[in-house]
Design a protein around this ligand. Structure first.
Ligand code: SAM
Length: 266
């Protein structure tokens, strides 16, 4: 078992409706079956994506908008199937589920801070253990215990990723390129996509694959609304009371442009 107690770092083991470490720290399984590792003052934290953002992302995924990414993930060149996987910022679990199925991964963990994300992920991914935790804290896993960690459109705590990956384990990152959905910007003042900060050479890792997933995708008005709703720009548009839905076209052919980067720990 690779899960560790966020309070004392001892092994965290399953009991009936909770997980407990040898020191007696206990964490309840929610009725929706996710495990909340938030403790003390963290418990009241409402950070992470809102319910509206999670539901909009779920609809976009179901509409097949990211199918080219799903195919690229399925084609990743692992030497052999990883025995376990952790997704950091797993949202409602769409890409975690695909990776588990495509690569036959027997043990899987999803981690997110948003309560609405972990509820939906736990409901959809019955075989995965879904954790509610802050990925900016120490990750609740033992040193060298994981074979694959992925962060897709989510933060990447590199030092912790390196600590919990075993030697030969994989780190997988997916992030947007500057021209991602660029046509949408003619209609709305969306947040800029910054130049990617991830260096080509990660210390202690070897680059295994770097794939540019790109193509023109036909987006309906409903999908365009959801793409905006699930993005961080929604906070500013709402705050400034921009009538943003009516500014979007009936349909749009827009550029999907993503980088998939796979690294292997030395
Ligand atoms: C853009 S979404 C990506 C979700 C998923 N990977 C996907 O592509 O469908 C980013 C996710 O990271 C989560 N997140 C953001 N900050 C976090 C943190 N500090 N700890 C854990 N999760 C976090 C959000 O709640 C959200 O679900």
């Amino acid at each position: 078992m690779s899960l560790t107690c966020p309070l004392c770092r001892g092994a965290l083991l399953p009991a009936e409706k909770f997980y407990r470490c040898e020191q007696g720290h206990a964490f309840d399984l929610a009725k929706e079956s996710y495990l909340s590792l938030l403790h003390g003052r963290q418990k009241g934290e409402g950070r992470g994506d809102s319910k509206a953002m999670i539901l909009a992302r779920d609809r976009v995924h179901r509409a097949g908008v990211f199918d080219p990414l799903v195919s690229a993930l399925a084609a990743l060149p692992f030497e052999k199937s990883p025995r376990n996987i952790l997704e950091l910022g797993c949202g409602e679990g769409f890409f975690l589920g695909h990776m588990v199925r495509a690569h036959g991964i027997p043990t899987s963990y999803g981690l997110d801070l948003s309560v609405d994300a972990v509820k939906l992920a736990a409901k959809t991914l019955k075989q995965s253990l879904i954790l509610r935790a802050d990925l900016l804290n120490a990750l609740p896993f033992a040193d060298g215990s994981l074979n694959l960690i992925q962060s897709i459109f989510a933060p990447r705590p590199l030092a912790e990723i390196s600590r919990v990956l075993r030697p030969g384990g994989y780190a997988l990152f997916v992030y947007p390129q500057t021209d991602h959905w660029q046509e949408l910007r003619a209609f709305l003042p969306l947040a800029k996509i910054g130049e990617e900060k991830l260096p080509a050479d990660l210390e202690g890792f070897t680059a295994v694959a770097s794939v540019h997933v790109t193509g023109k995708i036909e987006l309906t008005h409903a999908v365009l609304v959801d793409l905006v709703e699930m993005s961080p720009s929604i906070h500013r548009l709402t705050r400034e009371e921009t009538p943003w839905q009516s500014l979007l076209p009936a349909s749009l052919a827009a550029t999907l442009s993503l980088r998939v980067a796979l690294f292997r720990k030395a």
